[in-house]
Design a protein around this ligand. Structure first.
Ligand code: PGA
Length: 258
């Protein structure tokens, strides 16, 4: 995994049994043509078990989009134990949509990170600034604040593995992505922050990644992968995106056509 470029497909609350089957079958068929990529498919929980069954025996992994922590009664939630039980290896935590819609605080997010690490699920922690925070010059301060919990956990357990996804809120689902220089600055900042604690983290970029921009994004220094929402739930776009990412990493150049 260290040399692979990560592609996390965040299906969000999209899909159906038939769409899930179609996407998974297509990825299973083509994944051998992307030797430089590591794909992590994160469907809604309802489709996790069938995703795991379909992808079993391939090097495609399955991840969840969230978990709950603790053992108290928690109607409607899903625990780290359950995710492990059905074959998830990764879990997205702290996505901006959950921070906004479910009012998740950094404290709750840290408890979720802890639960994931305790159960040997690899957390993919999402961080990112709002447009107002960026305009007021607070991007790095916001990111630093959002990473405090993860840093304390890493200090307590230096062996723990954690992936960071930089997803500027103003880029998620909007069709505009952050500029290459902004991505590079924030990724370098995150890596340096963890290096101060002798930890090297993979940092992914997310926010309107698609087949047309993935090669450019993959070529940016300090970008170890991407997290893809909208473009991951259409068969043609995710296959094309993976093709271009594979080529982009190989050539480190700009690709114009699929
Ligand atoms: P998007 O979503 O690719 O649709 O912008 C990314 C994400 O929310 O992870």
């Amino acid at each position: 995994m260290p040399n692979s470029f990560l592609i996390v497909a965040n299906w969000k609350m999209n899909g159906s049994r038939s769409l899930a089957a179609e996407l998974l079958a297509a990825l299973k068929l083509k994944h051998h043509t992307w030797p430089k990529l590591k794909l992590i498919i994160c469907p809604p929980n309802l489709y996790l078990a069938s995703a795991h069954n379909t992808l079993h025996g391939t090097n495609l992994s399955v991840g969840a989009q969230d978990l709950w922590f603790g053992s108290a009664p928690a109607t409607g939630n899903t625990s780290a134990d359950m995710l492990k039980d059905i074959g998830a290896e990764f879990v997205i935590i702290g996505h901006s949509e959950r921070r906004q819609l479910n009012l998740e605080s950094d404290l709750v997010i840290t408890s979720k990170l802890n639960a994931a690490i305790e159960h040997e699920l690899v957390p993919i922690l999402c961080v990112g600034e709002s447009i107002e925070q960026r305009r007021s010059g607070n991007t790095l301060a916001v990111i630093r604040q959002q990473l405090q919990g993860a840093i304390s956990l890493i200090r307590a357990r230096p062996q723990a593995k954690i992936i960071i996804a930089y997803e500027p809120i103003w880029c998620v689902g909007t069709g505009s992505r952050a500029s290459s220089i902004d991505i590079k600055i924030v990724h370098a900042f995150i890596k340096n922050l963890f290096m101060q604690y002798n930890t090297s983290v993979q940092v992914l970029y997310g926010g309107s990644v698609n087949a047309n921009n993935v090669a450019d994004i993959a070529a940016i220094e300090f970008v170890d992968g991407v997290i893809v929402g909208g473009a991951s739930i259409c068969k043609t776009s995710i296959l094309c995106l993976c093709d271009r990412a594979e080529l982009g990493i190989s050539s480190k150049g700009v690709l114009q056509v699929c």
